[in-house]
Design a binder for this molecule. Structure first.
Ligand SMILES: Nc1ncnc2c1ncn2[C@@H]1O[C@H](COP(=O)(O)OP(=O)(O)OP(=O)(O)O)[C@@H](O)[C@H]1O
Ligand SMILES: [Mg+2]
Length: 375
């Protein structure tokens, strides 16, 4: 288990950890919402890089995933605060709590699913008071050390109306504690997070500075290829691997899957990438989603991912290749539907892909119906 915790395949980002630490310890930025697409390494960064950096600079990081107890996220929060409270009373270190979190993630993976039959539980008044008292007490016992709450999967709180009292209560408590505590919010749905922080009718409206989680880049790929060479004497082309990394919207999750396959099977990079692409389509249950999108919606989705125009002459020709007489309004409707399905999110004037991997399923589909995939 220790090896899982150590996981030498983790690519550390000390500079990013340092800059976020400085921001979180500055009262001006004491509430930050980190936005990003799925499986781009947000949680790993928080657990492996940011939390230790916060501890090193004299803070008390408390990681709480709102998904850990999906029907009663407030109970997980109380549980975590209780643990921290006990540890502070003992004056021992916080690393054991953090390590148990990393272990949980390593063992369970990221596919913990909501049991659909269970129902969401509303927080009781007593529990809200307990939560408030625990936080106050932790701050008092921390003797000047800054307490930083790392609230992951925060968008889960808007998924059920039974969580509203927890949401309102939490917002009020955090407002009261004001500059005495820092909070980093993150989640696995950009659209969910945006809805939570940008919607006037939501309790967390305007309560945090929103910031994009910087994507991993070529250094991560070089780190993987160097390691494969050093540890297994395997040589693979970094730029080919980087192309694959881009095609899955910079998701380290799929790169690690690819590395595992390469090391185990020792096959060439091209066929291994093909193999992983097959898994992406199969594992993600994209088949249903594929059925739900019309042809024009699929094409628009792929063109958005490739940063290609949607209304130009060239775009209309691309639709035509699939026998579609597109109009401005049909294209607009396609965008709307993809947005409603939370596959893309509009940020400023551009679009971001929410679901890393689905693009490959759509591209695969389009290749089958039409040989020309230049789109
Ligand atoms: N810095 C890293 N170095 C190596 N592998 C990483 C790194 N970050 C993430 N990974 C790999 O990608 C997987 C997904 O990462 P993580 O769970 O942190 O993503 P996430 O953005 O929090 O995803 P979600 O949106 O689903 O919550 C990890 O289990 C790990 O295998
Ligand atoms: Mg996560």
């Amino acid at each position: 288990m220790k090896d899982l915790i150590k996981n030498s395949w983790h690519f550390s980002r000390p500079d990013l950890a340092k800059s976020l630490t400085s921001r979180l310890t500055d009262p001006l930025f004491s509430r930050i919402a980190l936005l990003g697409a799925r499986r781009i390494g947000k949680t790993m960064f928080i657990l492996r890089d940011l939390s230790p950096a916060l501890s090193d600079s004299g803070c008390i990081p408390i990681y709480i995933s709102m998904w850990a107890n999906k029907n009663a996220p407030h109970k997980e929060m109380i549980n975590k605060l209780n643990q921290t409270h006990k540890i502070l009373a003992k004056k021992s270190t916080l690393s054991e709590v953090l390590n148990s979190e990393i272990t949980k993630l390593a063992v369970a993976g990221i596919n913990l699913e909501f049991k659909k039959n269970d129902s969401a539980i509303t927080i009781l008044d007593d529990e809200l008071i307990l939560l408030q008292n625990l936080l106050r007490d932790i701050i008092e016992k921390s003797k000047g050390k800054r307490v930083v709450l790392l609230l992951d999967e925060i968008q889960h709180l808007i998924s059920d109306k039974n969580f509203s009292s927890f949401q309102y209560g939490l917002r009020t408590i955090l407002d009261e504690l004001n500059e005495n505590i820092s909070v980093l919010y993150t989640g696995s749905s950009r659209a969910g997070m945006k809805a939570m922080f940008n919607n006037k009718d939501m309790p967390f409206y305007n309560s945090a500075n929103q910031s994009e989680f910087p994507l991993l880049n070529m250094s991560f790929i070089s780190f993987c290829t160097t390691k494969m060479h050093e540890q297994y004497n395997l040589s693979y082309n970094s730029s080919e691997m980087f192309d694959f990394f881009n095609s899955v919207n910079s998701s380290p999750y799929w790169i690690i899957r690819l590395v595992r396959h390469l090391v185990m099977e020792q096959r060439d990079l091209k066929s291994s990438i093909q193999y992983i692409k097959g898994i992406i389509t199969k594992e993600s249950d994209f088949d249903n989603l594929l059925d739900e999108l019309t042809l024009i919606e699929k094409i628009v989705f792929v063109r958005i991912n490739r940063s290609k125009s949607l209304y130009s002459k060239e775009a209309y020709l691309a639709y035509k290749k699939y026998n579609i007489e597109a109009t401005r309004s049909s294209i607009l409707n396609a965008i709307k539907k993809i947005k409603n399905k939370r596959l893309i999110t509009k940020v400023g004037s551009s679009y971001l892909i929410e679901e890393a991997g689905f693009i490959i399923a759509v591209e695969g589909y389009l290749t089958k119906v039409e040989v020309d995939t230049t789109l």
